[in-house]
Design a protein around this ligand. Structure first.
Ligand code: C2O
Ligand code: CU
Length: 510
């Protein structure tokens, strides 16, 4: 029937299919919210901060009383939070002690092409020989995507990524980007925060220190023994790629994690808090609202979007977040009496997945923070008249000879192909259309949303972004600035199952 495919029914609501856990699940709000550890630089000299991180397995307790083997940066999930200063260069050496190749992408970073975490730019496991790689690490096709043999770049054991952070204060994140396997590898834990700070932001009276908290929101499912359950064709993930075909629309879990803990609770004081919300789920969208005593409370005051502070704060009752989007928000708990429980809920789902986490107002405290009406002294604006060129990209399921693929303009990803060649230091108008929920992400280029279906953008579209939630049968227009570096970059759907199923496209900045 029309609209029904092996990937399930394409409806406004669906973003994937739920994997049900076999493990016993805890009651919500029994586990304290973990705060990811901060990565310490190994040196800081002459404008360069060096970091080292090791990708490795570790057994951690996610569900009470059970052990989960994560694949984590430094063995943690989320990985350590990198904090770097805009204008300085961060060099991050990633050592791969996992049994599979990896590629690390700094999402939202303005990074040189060879440090961008391109899907075929792989760090092989420590001890493996790049000249005699396991043949199944570099297939020439998978999921219908084509990779010429010379398009694989293989690093033995480690790679140093260079991030010259010529960008404003922002909540970036990093995660695995291996060709065909980003979804299962991120599911196992390969994701963390990367915060860029700058003097302008530090001069603002916003909540700081222990009241500036990153919240990585993602769903997972678990086997009876506590291991992650992912409907992968090959559990070893080294050979036959992919996800079971029932899950091609996206994998949803039935356990809600925040910073790696199920339905956690955070004790707060009667003050303002800054929360850096990140939707790190493979496929799940959220409509986030605050509730106390069964009633909606708020507001959630947005101060920043994906790649930096807004010009002015925007108040929301609810925030819709597609995978990879970030919302930097402030919540003022001074409006609540001590002992109030304020729940962060997801109104897109019912049952167990309605709850995300809880804030427990534990005690009174003084607050000297505030949210100024102007957050940026010199905001960078962009206007339609600056666009030198318009391009349209259609994100759609196509069927070629019975083989279904997620494609961009009807073509599956191929490393040698180009979908666009914008010129350095120009602005272009890019139009995205879609048949499903496709969170469209551009590497390198930051953009502003200027319309949805010919109408004005929505309040949650404000600011400079790198990912936009394109909903079924919508047309979204953005103005993108191509700045910083020339070279090969990509855009793709950030539903990670779609990404692994070929919904990626190269663009070359010339
Ligand atoms: Cu967060 Cu190319 O992705
Ligand atoms: Cu998609």
């Amino acid at each position: 029937a029309a609209g029904v495919t092996a990937c399930g029914e394409l409806t406004k609501e669906t973003t994937g299919k739920i994997v049900t856990s076999a493990a016993p699940l805890p009651e919500p709000f029994g586990v304290p919210l973990p705060i990811p550890q901060v990565a310490r630089p190994v040196s800081q000299e002459g404008g360069v901060d060096r970091f080292e991180v090791e990708q490795r397995k570790a057994a951690v307790e996610i569900l009470p009383g059970l052990q989960t083997t994560v694949w984590g940066y430094d063995g943690t999930f989320p990985g350590p939070t990198f904090i770097a200063q805009g204008g300085r260069t961060a060099l991050v050496t990633v050592r791969n002690s996992l049994p599979v190749p990896t590629s690390t992408h700094l999402h939202g970073g303005v990074t040189p092409p060879d440090s961008d975490g391109y899907p075929t730019d792989l760090v092989l496991p420590v001890g493996s020989d790049p000249d005699a790689p396991e043949s199944n690490w570099t297939p020439d096709t998978a999921h219908g995507m084509h990779v010429a043999p010379e398009d694989w770049t293989l690093h033995a054991g480690e790679k140093t990524y260079e991030y010259p952070l010529r960008q404003r204060a922002a909540t970036l994140w990093y995660h695995d980007h291996r060709m065909d396997f980003s979804a299962p590898q991120v599911w196992r834990g390969l994701a963390g925060f990367f915060l860029v700070r700058d003097e302008e932001e530090q001069g603002l009276p916003l909540p700081q220190g222990e009241r500036d908290i990153p919240l990585m929101i993602c769903d997972r499912a678990f086997e009876e023994d506590g291991s992650f359950r992912y409907p992968s064709l090959d559990p070893s993930l080294s050979g036959e790629p992919g996800v079971e075909s029932d899950y091609h629309s996206g994998v949803l879990g039935d356990v809600q994690l925040v910073n790696g803990a199920p339905w956690p609770v955070l004790d707060v004081t009667t003050t303002r808090y800054r929360f850096r919300l990140l939707n790190a789920s493979n496929a799940r969208r959220y409509q986030l609202t605050l509730e106390a005593d069964g009633r909606r409370v708020g507001p959630i005051v947005q101060i920043g979007s994906d790649v930096g502070l807004l010009e002015r704060p925007v108040s929301h009752d609810t925030i819709t977040m597609a995978p990879a989007e970030r919302f930097d928000v402030v919540v003022d708990f001074s409006q609540f009496p001590v002992d109030t429980r304020v729940n962060l809920v997801n109104t897109l789902e019912d049952g167990a997945m309605r709850q995300v986490m809880q804030f427990r107002v534990a005690r009174r405290a003084q607050d000297d923070s505030s949210v100024p009406d102007r957050l940026l002294a010199e905001p960078v604006r962009v206007a339609r008249s600056q666009s030198v060129r318009e391009r349209t990209f259609d994100f759609r399921l196509t069927n070629e000879g019975g083989h279904e693929m997620w494609t961009v303009n009807g073509r599956p990803f191929s490393t040698g192909d180009s979908w666009a060649n914008p010129r350095l230091d120009t602005v272009e108008l890019w139009r995205f259309s879609s048949d499903f929920h496709h969170p469209v992400h551009l590497h390198l280029a930051h953009f502003q949303v200027i319309s949805r279906n010919g109408e004005a953008p929505e309040p949650t579209d404000a600011g400079w972004k790198d990912t936009v939630d394109v909903r079924p049968y919508e047309v979204v227009e953005v103005l993108a600035r191509f700045a910083g570096h020339k070279g090969r970059y990509m855009m793709h759907c950030h539903n990670l199952e779609h990404e692994d199923m070929a919904m990626m496209a190269n663009f070359h900045v010339e």
